[in-house]
Design a protein around this ligand. Structure first.
Ligand code: NAD
Length: 430
């Protein structure tokens, strides 16, 4: 199939590379020239396992290229995915500016196109958006009729950053919400070789499935964090509790790891968006409000713990290990590290930071902290160390590595250190 994808971010790029890998001909579109040039040069603008190799291979085979020319990309393809960002507005609702612009431009391109075309929303959008906003803009700017001249579908993406390629190629489920049978059938053909369940529904149910999934996972994390805080107070190992709970098939062990809270480009924004949508619909959304409140407060617990050991942080050197919102990615969007480093700087502490992938992105926000090439360099001469991302390499740190510190305060925000290798440290919930 000939596919165009609007937006070369995490979702657009991964989808494009994977669709090309599956044998489709893919045109990626972005407004950022530099991103387009990098992709055409076989360089992924983001870090993801296997992405560089697959990108180079599919560009080499002529199955994939990137462009800034949206209209030509739509005309030269049979199906267009919208994969642009949907960031939060001040009130928590999603900012539709990129989706609207993409829908307008696709509509204008469809005006010039004779053949039937399918437009698929892959961006995470609140229930009703595909039909009420995207479909109506496509009709307005194309002068054509949805369901007759072109198809419209919503196909949410469930990939996890850090395992994005593997998740895309081997998903738990595919959800296709279409305005009619034809739209669903066309999108379904793309995934025909996948072994997972394929759920066919209407667009607003597809949109809600995405939000419900992310909100539920975020709730599991906030639940675990609140319970983890209590376990710590009561001298109970929260991870043993999680293991015991996880044997129950109705609960499942995943996402019960307590720590400093969730971050990333999806959970915080999606929880806010579903709260805003609920409130706009006249509901209180008390549970989701609580999920967000717990998550807001959780990262700052490490600062409280640190202040108990070092009451005056002014001029103290803090080694921060891990900046990415989770291991396996260079993404720092809404990472807990941002809040924690901000709070430390506010208290006039000096920061020596190390992350295997995310330092370049972090530098764009915090220029004036010291970035180190490895963990030991960050630890050297530090008064305290905070571990904020569970990168596997931190598992091998030993007492010998921490001996280069001036002080002996080690606080984990994520459970990663091996108690067999490091004798004295404290965890946020353990
Ligand atoms: N990142 C994830 O893990 C993930 C997972 C599932 C779903 N999602 C959802 O997918 C959507 C995209 O997320 P992302 O993380 O890939 O976003 P992103 O910010 O990384 O990328 C969006 C890209 O779209 C481009 N863009 C914006 N307007 C454009 C236009 N009019 N024409 C062409 N390009 C345009 C931007 O330049 C940017 O490169 C969001 O709705 C997000 O919630 C993200």
């Amino acid at each position: 199939m000939r596919i165009s994808i609007i937006g070369c971010g995490y979702v657009g790029l991964i989808s494009g590379v994977c669709f090309a890998e599956m044998g489709n001909s893919v045109i990626l579109v972005d407004v950022i020239r530099d991103k387009v040039d990098k992709i055409n040069g076989g360089i992924a603008p983001i870090y993801e396992e296997n992405l560089d190799r697959m990108l180079k291979k599919n560009i080499g085979h002529g199955r994939l290229h990137a462009t800034t020319r949206l209209e030509k990309a739509v005309i030269d393809s049979d199906m267009t995915f919208i994969a642009v960002g949907t960031p939060s507005r001040r009130d928590g609702s999603i900012d539709m500016v990129y989706v609207k612009k993409a829908a307008e431009d696709i509509g204008k391109a469809l005006k010039e196109k004779g053949a039937y075309h399918t437009v698929v929303v892959k961006s995470t959008v609140t229930p009703g958006t595909t039909e009420d906003v995207v479909l109506s803009m496509l009709e307005k700017f194309s002068g054509k009729e949805a369901g007759r001249d072109f198809g419209v579908a919503m196909n949410p993406e469930f990939l996890k950053e850090s395992k994005a390629v593997a998740d895309f190629m081997n998903p738990d489920r595919i959800v296709i919400g279409g305005i009619d049978e034809e739209s669903i059938e066309r999108v379904g053909r793309l995934y025909k070789d996948f072994k997972c369940p394929v759920m066919e529904t209407n667009p607003r149910t597809a949109e809600m499935i995405k939000y419900a999934s992310n909100a539920f996972l975020a709730a599991k994390i906030s639940f675990s964090n609140e319970l983890g805080n209590l376990c710590k107070k009561l001298g109970i190992d929260a991870y043993e509790v999680a293991a015991g709970m996880g044997y129950d098939g109705r609960i499942e062990r995943k996402f019960l790891d307590s720590g400093i809270g969730y971050g990333g480009s999806c959970f915080p924004k999606d929880v806010k968006a579903i709260i805003a949508k609920g409130k706009k619909s006249g509901l209180k959304m008390e549970m989701m409000d609580a999920v967000e409140k717990v998550n807001k407060e959780q990262p700052l617990l490490v600062i409280e713990m640190l202040k108990k050991r070092i009451p005056n942080l002014k001029g103290k050197t803090i080694a921060v290990l891990g900046l990415a919102f989770k291991p396996g990615t260079d993404d720092i969007r809404e990472a807990c590290s941002l809040k924690i480093v901000g709070a430390l700087l506010h208290k006039k502490a000096k920061i020596k930071a190390y992350d295997p992938q995310a330092a370049e992105n972090f530098k764009r926000i915090y220029k004036n902290i010291t970035y180190c090439m490895h963990a030991k360099e960050a630890l050297e001469g530090a008064d305290a160390c905070l571990i904020l991302t569970e990168w596997p390499e931190f598992k091998s740190l030993t007492d010998e590595d921490f001996n280069v510190m001036l002080g002996k305060v080690i606080i984990e925000g994520r459970k990663v250190l091996d108690p067999g290798k490091v004798k004295k440290f404290e965890g946020v919930c353990w």
